[in-house]
Write a protein that binds this ligand. Structure first.
Ligand SMILES: Cc1cc2nc3c(=O)[nH]c(=O)nc-3n(C[C@H](O)[C@H](O)[C@H](O)COP(=O)(O)OP(=O)(O)OC[C@H]3O[C@@H](n4cnc5c(N)ncnc54)[C@H](O)[C@@H]3O)c2cc1C
Length: 396
């Protein structure tokens, strides 16, 4: 089922020389997209019966880690494309799965994720895009249902490149999800305002103005849109961001070790100064801890462990913080060289900030983690034999 992590390192080595080109271009050049397609990464969240080359979450996480070492912007392509593929695989109609999944797996189509709106950021339930069923006459007396979508989605990673969009809307007070195609009537894609981090993530805003999609493009049932479809997609997204943050933190740690062991001041190497060693060891410690939490979360997703949500929240929180700390150490220890506009250290600092915002901000995830822990605490209090440790056997 899963390929060994060596495939991830191979992709990482292939992409590494392209890091500056991707950042300077503020877009992802077609040959880089081709390299990603060639690695099979876009097929990883598609079942084999629909033309996919499924990977375990651990192996997919490793791909995300390897790509983020080169470019966090580029890694976000794996995040959102994977979220669209897994949602469609799990919740899509059979007709839409058969029609779109093979093309998503081959990279012929790219998917983007449209949840955020002006009035719905952290509060995903507040989406205001409306979904209204209409009767349609498709000709030859073939009367069916289409859904009319109206609203605006913001900040879709790789929205500029995407061919289809997983969009969340409301039908009355029930949330619904749809797969919208770029060539559907009433769809307009406009590049978002430029962001300081993730400069090459090709962000777009999506305008739906009387957009009509056939009923078989609904993903999940009415009422299930945000709670189930977005919920499970966000778990995968958070795992990807956790592994992406880990890759970014690793790149920072390597740069810090390389620089401080070659740079000489006061007659010796920076790395031999105790205060410098404190910064370096803190960054390495947090990065190593994040690696273990990422592996624990990926294992939980692979085994559909009861602790899945808690482990994914923990991994995303810890890894994005590790990236923040490691990039701050890199900036501090490179001195003026770290401040070069558009240089790798500058990029890591900006991208690490984004990792603490996307797929749930640090504060939102802290809130969710506290709630999840509280619920488990209540269960443990009622059932003292309930295990504190994940994976422990709670059977009598
Ligand atoms: C580079 C980039 C790529 C993105 N890609 C996508 C994408 O592909 N698809 C998509 O749908 N969206 C995308 N987004 C949007 C992203 O998901 C949102 O920015 C994120 O959900 C936060 O929403 P917001 O920006 O509206 O901030 P708000 O919700 O306004 O939150 C602002 C801050 O308030 C605090 N806060 C919010 N809620 C709480 C809470 N409950 N408890 C404590 N503090 C809280 C946090 O500090 C938070 O950072 C992207 C954003 C960026 C920057």
């Amino acid at each position: 089922m899963s390929r060994p992590p060596a495939a991830a390192d191979e992709l990482g080595r292939l992409l590494l020389p392209l890091a500056d080109e991707i950042e300077a271009a503020k877009t992802v050049p077609p040959h880089v997209v081709a390299a990603i397609v060639g690695s099979g990464a876009l097929a990883a969240m598609v079942p084999a019966e629909y033309g996919g080359r499924p990977l375990s979450h651990r192996a997919y996480g490793e791909l995300n880690r390897a790509v983020a070492r080169t470019s966090a912007s580029l890694q976000s392509l794996l995040t959102v494309h994977g979220m669209v593929c897994s949602s469609l695989s799990r919740w899509g109609s059979e007709a839409t799965r058969q029609r779109l999944l093979p093309r998503l797996a081959s990279g012929e189509l790219v998917g983007a994720f449209g949840l955020t709106e002006d009035g719905a950021g952290s509060d995903a339930q507040a989406v205001g895009t409306s979904a209204t069923p209409e009767r349609s006459d498709a000709g030859a007396g073939d009367v069916g249902t289409v859904w009319r979508l109206d609203g605006t989605k913001r900040w879709l990673s790789f929205g500029q490149l995407a061919d289809c969009f997983l969009v969340f809307a409301k039908h009355g007070d029930r949330s619904v999800a749809f797969l919208v195609q770029r060539d559907d009537p009433g769809v307009t894609v406009v590049p978002s305002r430029p962001t300081s981090g993730f400069r090459s993530a090709m962000l777009a805003d999506l305008y739906l103005d009387g957009c009509r999609v056939p009923a078989d493009r609904m993903v999940g049932r009415p009422g299930f849109g945000v709670s189930q479809v977005a919920g499970s997609a966000l778990s995968l997204g958070r795992l990807c961001v956790a592994y992406g943050s880990l890759g970014l933190a690793e790149a920072c740690c390597d740069a810090v070790l390389g620089h401080t062991s070659s740079r000489k001041q006061f007659g010796g190497r920076l790395i031999d100064l105790q205060l410098v060693r404190g910064l370096v060891s803190d960054a390495v410690l947090d990065t190593e801890a994040a690696r273990l939490l990422c592996e624990q979360a990926a294992r939980a997703m692979d085994t559909k462990d009861d602790w899945l949500i808690q482990h994914v929240l923990t991994a995303k929180l810890a890894a994005s913080r590790a990236a923040d700390k490691a990039s701050a150490a890199a900036a501090q220890l490179h001195g003026a060289a770290g401040m070069v506009d558009g240089g790798p250290v500058d990029r890591w600092v900006r991208d690490a900030r984004v990792m603490q915002i996307i797929e749930g901000s640090t504060q939102l995830l802290q809130d969710l983690l506290a709630e999840e822990s509280l619920q488990r605490f209540r269960v443990r209090r009622r059932h003292p034999r309930y295990p504190f440790e994940a994976g422990a056997d709670c059977a009598e």
